[in-house]
Every structure is written in structure tokens, then in C-alpha cells.
Design a protein around this ligand. Sequence first.
Ligand code: GAL
Length: 791
Amino acid sequence: MFNRRDFIRTGSALGAFTSIPTLESWGDTLLPSLEGPSHHAISLDQHWTVARISKSTPHQQSHQEGQLPQVTLPHCVSQLSWQKWDPSSWEDLWLYRRPLQIPQEFRGLRLFLHFDRVMVNATAAVNGHSLPQHLGGFLPFEHEITSLVTGASNSLSVTVDSRWSNVPPSGSPKGPASVDYLLPGGINGSVELRAVPPIFIKDVFAKPVNVLSADRRLEINCNVDSAIAKSTPVRLVATLQKDKQIIARTSRSVDVAQNRQDVSLVLGDLKDVILWDTENPHLYDLTVTLFVRKQPLHAYKVRVGFRDARFELDGFFLNGKRLQLFGLNRHELFPYVGFSAPDRAQRHDAEYLRRQLNCNIVRCSHYPQSKAFFNACDELGLMVWEEIPGWQYIGDKSWQDVALQNVGDMVRRDRNHPSIVIWGVRINESPNDPELYRQTREIAKSLDGSRPTSGTMTPSSRKDWRQNWHQDVFAFDDYHAAADGSVGIDEPLPGVPYMIAETVGQYSYGTARNFLRRYRRAGDPVEQAEQAVLHAEAHSRAATNQRCCGVIAWCAFDYASLMNAYAGVKCPGIVDTFRIPKLGASFYLAQVNPSVRPVIEPSFYWNFGSNTPTGPGKHAAIFSNCDYLEVFIDGRLHERLKADKDAFPNLKYPPFFIDLNIDGASKPELRIDGYTGNTKALSRSFSSDTASDRLWLHADDMEIQADGTDATRVAFAVVDKFGTPRAYAKGEIHLQLTGPGIIVGDNPFSLDDTGGVGAIWIKSIPGSPGRITLSASHSTLGTNSVNISSR
Ligand code: GAL
């Protein structure tokens, strides 16, 4: 029998208990919700105020306090535009505060504060009692606060230090310009109050083993945390389900000592499970329930996908079949909010990469990204390379300690995602540090023996990688030109699984051999037209040698940067920062079976202005998955085209090239018909007459949640009469919103620097549902509007 004394925790490590959990408090009402890791959780995302503290005196601070507006998480401390971010706008100390109410039903339970992520260092305090500082953005942390709460009403504060500090990726004495991406601060993830019984399941790792054979199994490691002074008999029951159907179940009884301990279970007899793969990302639900004396006290639920992913000497294999890796690097930074975009926006990125850009893998460069992104990758069949924060710089011992901590926190957080197939455990493009990288690898392997480790390497590392190099996969950032100035792809190194983790980027192929390109829609049209062709060359050439597992090119989306950037936005993306495709995307958009959707994407602007007086030029590329194309100018057949299989032998859908060096004085119309077999699969038209241009406005979602966090993107563009964005369109967009929402973004919005497109996000107001209307007006093109509802 338990008695009250059993729950009095002793020992300084656990601290003193002000409220002692009792057996009675584990009543039926506290049965597991079966959603996520905690018994009960409440969101603390709303009702925060935030003040910049180091720049204001204490007097000013208290004066301001009553006037501070409430903010909702995720939140960025700076009001940002889409460009020209200034690190001094966030590099400071910020004080977030909110009340902390403890619901009646949490009485007698252990209480934890859970932070998804805070950029960059965070000190939380409950009722003025400071908790240990957490160092480094990107990864979750938790504090037990059971002994700190007093009654129902408490206060919570978080001091966020978003200055440049000695944690990865920052730390270099050269400051923010020394890292390729900017790091705006704030509480950029969710905060939760979690309530659990005195014994609870802290973590579950479910590792599929022997996946390709009929006797596959699921090895389950449960970390159980007990605050009970004496050893307690518990039973753990693991149930694997597909929707409501139980696939397998097992249980184990153990005595759990005070503090933490691991308990392992094995689920066998899984011969009928369907494997997870990129085309059919089949997922199962695993629930582990902890019973004490037949009473279910706590449950922990994770999703499981059974797949076998291997990087071998002769390529990458998914479930035993060779699969060419086809992907892009992704920075998570969004316009206006940096790393504080809502889950919906994160998921849209994954959907865009998988469904529109047809990638089968994404590299999360150069840090762990949002949970919502990984959940979407699992559901979409988008494989992932995840890596620790860092960029070229390795700091001192305390910096390295944070890097080591990051490896453990990353692997623990994300090892249940079937989409993740490899861990990056080296600082991106850093010099070799044998001792540091021996340790990072060891931590990853000890927490997850099922995935290979890697880290991206530069040309100098190709020579001496065999000495003191301990990763499983050699991932090369291949930026060099071939002798003829086209995209150079080095031969895979012998004796090691090999892949390309970056290529193309802003590299100037041809003669310059530097990172000088700017793929801006408002920039040089000739450079822009070449971007897709360079990406096509890289993927085709890398596929010549089957030893190369494939290519993850640089990169998906433009991002905020002070390095080789234009007005603070680096533009190697094939999609811009607003998530609007550039010409560079045309190659990726076309790499899909025409039975899914026929695609015709010219890699040029149909424009005859001062930038391109004679049109797209002599060697204009069109990307399409059709068998052949017929190109018409003003209704007259100009040319019938076949794809250039000779120059791009290893692409499923190589580009078509055409001479379109023509006189555009008559403002001709272009039509491209695409045929598969003898059937016309698609016809697209393009107008060069700007007189018929119009304003296009599009909301990604018809509905958002009225929680003050959720937001949907509204994109706008000047388009020709057939709907294609008009390059170099200018003017201002004035936005007007009615209803319970706010505009996150620039208003008015100048089209001049974006080249005629843009986007803002509409964010809900907590607890205010209703219909939201956004109208956008352009000085010469009139007004357009969209409606969404907030529920
Ligand atoms: C690479 C680097 C990337 C990005 C890219 C620029 O060397 O790893 O983060 O900076 O260059 O094109």
C-alpha cells in the first residue's frame, strides 16, 4: 500500500515539496488523454507581455508595464520587415511575463514548465524564483516547478537574452555578419504547463529493427521518472495501433526506483505492418501506459513508421531499393517573424517541398527546425537530414559543451520521426576537430543506434578525411565549375558512402568562380533564367555515378543574411522568402509524373522591356514533363521541341531549349502546348502586353484558428492576363483588414524591391472568431479581396 510518506521526495536534487502528491490525487479524472507525452497540459502561449529591459530604467519599466500590449507565442522581439533586418533591434535582454494559474485538477501533481525553444538564452522564474538558465536556441527544455508554485495564482517570467553570445551558431568575435543567417530572438516556440503523477513516463523511443524481414520488431525504450522514495512496482503496456485497430500489444512489470530509469519492451509479430516510404508514408500510433496496481496513471504516445534507410557504397536505399536523393536545403526563417512562424506556415513549407517541388529529402540547414515541420515530413513522406546549430565556427570549451548538449537534445526530441534518415553531428563546413566530433558522434549513437551520422565537408577536407574522421557518410558541399564553366560535380570519394549536401547556391559558374550571384526577381534576368538550368545540371551530373547517393541543393527559400545578400536578404533560393517560386523553381516543379499533373514552366520572363528588349534569348529553357512541346507566337507555330536528353541524360524530365530571340515591339503572345503521347496534356499562354496585367491575391487557407497564434499567408502579385507573375512590376500595395485578425507584414508594401510579388500573413486574435476580409489595392491595377474565417 502507498501512503502519503511514499511521495515525500527526499534529497536535495529533487528539492522540497510544498504540495505532496497523494494516491487520492491520481483519481480517474486524471486518466491519460492519450495525446502527447503529458498527463495534462495547458498551453501558456497567450497573455504575455514583453519589455526590452536593458535599455530602460527600472522606473520606466514599471511605468510602461500597464501599457504593454499582450503578445502570443511564438513571438519575435523585433518588429521586422521582410528585408533589411538589423540585429541591434533584437540584441538585448527582454522580459516576458504572464500570470500562471494552476487549475484545481493539477493539485497534488508534479508540475513542469516545458519550452519548445527560445532564441537564444532563457532564464525562467516562477514567483520570482529563478530557474537555471538555458543556453542556445532551437531545442526544448523543461523545469520542474512543483515546489515553486503557491496556491492557484502564480507569476511566470522569462528573461530572454537574444544578444550575440558564446553558443552555436554564434560566438565568433566577428559578430552576426559572420554567420550566413540571422538569428532574431524571442520565445519562438510554445510554452506549456504539464502536470504528471509522481511516477510518469518521461520519454519513449520506439526503434523499428529488422524492418525488411517478417520477424521485424519494435524496440521500445521508456524513461520512467519517479519521485517516490521507495521502489514501486509498475506495469508498462505498449500498444501499437493503426487508427482504432490494435496491431500488437506487450507489457512488462518492473520495480521502479526513485529518480529516472529506463525500461525496455519489445513488440514482435509485426509481419503485417505496411512500411513507411516516400510515396506511401504509412504511420502507426504507439501508446505506452504506466499502471500502478492496475490503475492507469500516465500514458505517452508517439508515432512510428517502419522503414529501412541506408547510405551504402553504391547509393542510398530505402526499404531495400536504391533511391536517388533529390532535395533542397531549407532555412526556417520567415519574413516579418524570423523563427516565430506558426505551425501552419511550417507545414506549408514541407508540403511545398514534397508536393510541388517534388523533393524526396530536405536538409534542415543549419539547425533543428520546428516540430510541426517534422510532423508534416512524416506525413508527407519527405525524408530529412537534421543537424545541430552551427556555421563554420567552433568556439571554446563552454561553446562546445552547448554543442554537445544540442546533439543529445536534438536526437532525443526527434528520433521517433521516420522521416529523419541521417543526423548531422558536425558544425556545418567546420574544420575537423577529431575530439569534438568523436563525442558528438558518440552521443548520437548512444541515443539512436539506428541512423548514420554525417556533417558537411569542404574541398580541403576531401584530402585528409581518412585521418581522424569518424562519420558514416561523407557529405560534400560541392561548389565548383567544370572546365567548360558549367556545374562541376566531383567524383565520389572511394570507400565511403557519399552524397552532395549543397551545390549551386549563389555560386558564379563560368569564369568568376565565386559566390556572387543574386537570384532576385528584381535583379538580372539572364542570371535568373540560368538558375534552374544549373540545378538541373547538378542533379543530372551527380546521377552519372551511382555511388553518389544524390543531391540536396542550395537552397529552397531565400533567407535573412548579412553575407553576400541584397538588402539583408540572401537570394540563392529557388523560391523567394515569401514562398513564391522564382524561375529557378521551374526545374523542380516539372520533376513529377505527368499523370499526377502535366507541367510547363518556362525558365524566363515573357517580357520585352528595358531588361530584355529581344525577349528570352537564343537558348531559353522550358521545363516540362511532357513528351514534346509546341511553341506558338501569336498563334503561329514557332517550333516543335524535344527535351534535351543528351545534355541532361540522368534527369527524368530534362529541359527543352528554344531560340526566342525576337522583336517584341508588337507585344506578342506566347503559347506552349505540351503533349504526352498524342494527347495534348496542357496548354499555357503568356502575354507580354502589360496593359492587360491585373492584381492577383491568394490566401493559403480559408480558415484559421482563433488562438492568436495561427496565421495564413496572403500572397499577391502583378500577373499577366493568364496569371503568370509580371517581372519588374512596380507600385505599392495598400492593405486593409476588417474582422478579428491582424496583418503581419509591411503595409503599404512596395513591389519595387521584390520584382512585383509579395505576401503578408493574417494572424488571428485569441478568443475572437469571425470573418476576416483583406483588401489589397494597387495604384493602377485596382482592388482585390479575400475572405477567411477565424474559428
Ligand atoms: C555554403 C554554406 C551555406 C550557404 C552557402 C551559400 O558554403 O554551407 O550555409 O552559405 O554556402 O551559397
